[in-house]
Design a protein around this ligand. Structure first.
Ligand code: FAD
Length: 423
């Protein structure tokens, strides 16, 4: 006999970041359609209106066009004060030389947001938080917020969610705790969190002449940097770095190495070294429980919030439409997670290909010229720009981007530049 949600059941969502709020929004919407009356509790320890790392699920805060379409599907429109910038282009700096990559088509715009209340030392006071907005939407839809830290989740025939001094039995547990803390699940659940890598971030004041609709992307310097980005957000610029062995000094070293330190004075307004998931969790569902968002699997490096949306949506479709036994999640939810992991393997190949290009000055120069030449073509013809835009924003499957990057057309355009005599 399967296990189904029934009227009056209590669903405990642990974690009120994007994955938790999306899970509540999808669940309540689907339950309403199925005439199912559920009590949905969201446990979240942070106050997202607080400036600085304490109120923030530390992230660059770029929302992909895929996610923006997802929000529309849920009937949500981002309030103007939550949107910090609408971004239409990337400037890629290679050895100090800029190459512009424009948004490939008008339907693929992206925006930047603050996850919490903005930079810790913000001279202009707190800003509107994206995570707060989503959580408020979930509460408006009927979820109840328990603003507490979950110490432990045990199993007594069903999951039991424990906060200090009180326990909540869950007919269904949704684990949406991300990857930046210790998992509260008891070992009996058999859950193993995803592998992670450390990133470094900070915020600085945006100089008045700095464009507010363009991300600047940097590679290679300092050694160990995979990529670094300066993302406009209202009065500020977010600095996000991915690399190996990044320390708390990484942002200062990066600004120095890229010759940006002098133009971005007075410098640091925040600063953190959060984790990013670079693989899938193991044992991330069972009878009466399922993990979503980063706690399960996410797209490599980009569009983690989009993955939170999609994993939460699929898990809740299974919970309402098919059942809440391990077999239901295996049949209905696991295939989506596997497809994200498979796509990430193409992402890895794509980033390796890019690293290879960066290692050869000649190849890099040829790629740059090919990208500049194709700027004359109509948007469909701009393959290199499309690949880079997709890699940077996460709004197209890595698999598509990889095959496009190694397509005869892309290879030929680089080869042509490689063998072209130049003065
Ligand atoms: C530096 C960096 C830059 C990034 N940039 C982007 C980007 O530009 N765009 C993008 O889409 N993605 C980006 N990501 C990825 C993105 O941040 C994550 O994929 C996304 O936040 C996942 O959402 P989530 O809800 O699964 O987890 P989280 O956002 O981590 O939320 C988990 C929530 O659970 C709560 N919680 C955890 N444990 C407990 C507990 N025991 N009790 C109560 N509450 C608990 C936490 O307080 C938190 O609010 C970036 C990540 C990093 C590290």
């Amino acid at each position: 006999m399967g296990i189904r949600l029934k009227n009056g059941d209590q669903v405990c969502i642990v974690g009120g970041g994007p994955a938790g709020s999306f899970a509540a929004l999808h669940l309540l919407r689907l339950a309403r359609k199925a005439n199912l009356d559920l009590q949905v509790l969201i446990f979240e320890r942070r106050n997202f209106s607080t400036p600085g790392p304490a109120g923030c699920n530390r992230c660059a805060g770029v929302l992909s066009s895929r996610l923006l379409h997802g929000l529309e599907t849920l009937g949500l429109s981002l309030p103007a004060e939550v949107v910090q910038a609408s971004i239409h282009a990337y400037t890629v700096y290679l050895d100090g030389e800029p190459t512009s990559v424009e948004q490939p088509d008008p339907g693929r715009g992206i925006v930047s947001v603050y996850r919490g209340g903005g930079p810790r030392l913000s001279p202009n006071g707190p800003v509107a938080s994206f995570d707060r907005f989503l959580l408020d939407q979930a509460i408006e839809s009927g979820a109840q917020l328990i603003p507490r830290f979950v110490r432990r989740i045990t199993w007594e025939g069903r999951p039991i969610v424990m906060i200090s001094g009180k326990s909540y039995p869950a007919d269904l547990l949704v684990l949406a705790t991300g990857i930046n803390g210790r998992s509260p699940l008891d070992r009996a659940f058999g859950y193993q969190p995803p592998p992670t890598q450390i990133m470094a971030q900070d915020e600085v004041l945006r100089p008045p002449e700095w464009p507010d609709n363009r991300v600047s992307a940097y590679f290679r310097d300092p050694p160990g940097l995979t990529f670094g980005a300066l993302i406009p957000k209202g009065d500020y610029l977010n600095i996000s770095l991915l690399g190996r062995g990044l320390s708390t000094e990484a942002v200062a070293e990066f600004l120095e190495a890229q010759g940006l330190a002098a133009s971005l004075l007075p410098g640091s307004l925040c600063g953190c070294t959060p984790r990013i998931a670079v693989g899938s969790a193991r044992g991330f569902y069972g009878d009466r429980w399922v993990a979503v968002g980063d706690a399960a699997v996410t797209r490599l490096y980009k569009d983690g919030i989009g993955s939170a949306y999609h994993t939460a949506q699929r898990a809740m479709q299974v919970a309402v439409g098919e059942g809440i036994a391990a077999a239901d999640f295996r049949r209905g939810f696991l295939p989506l997670c596997k497809s994200i992991s498979r796509d990430n393997s193409y992402g890895r190949r794509l980033f390796n290909l890019w690293a290879l290009t960066l290692r050869s000055a000649r190849l890099l120069q040829a790629w740059r010229r090919a990208t500049q030449s194709e700027a004359r073509l109509n948007p469909e013809g701009r393959i290199h720009a499309r690949v880079l835009w997709g890699m940077m924003t996460g709004d197209e499957a890595y698999r598509e981007l990889f095959w496009l990057a190694v397509s005869p057309r892309a290879a030929m355009s680089v080869m042509k530049e490689l063998w072209q005599p130049r003065d």
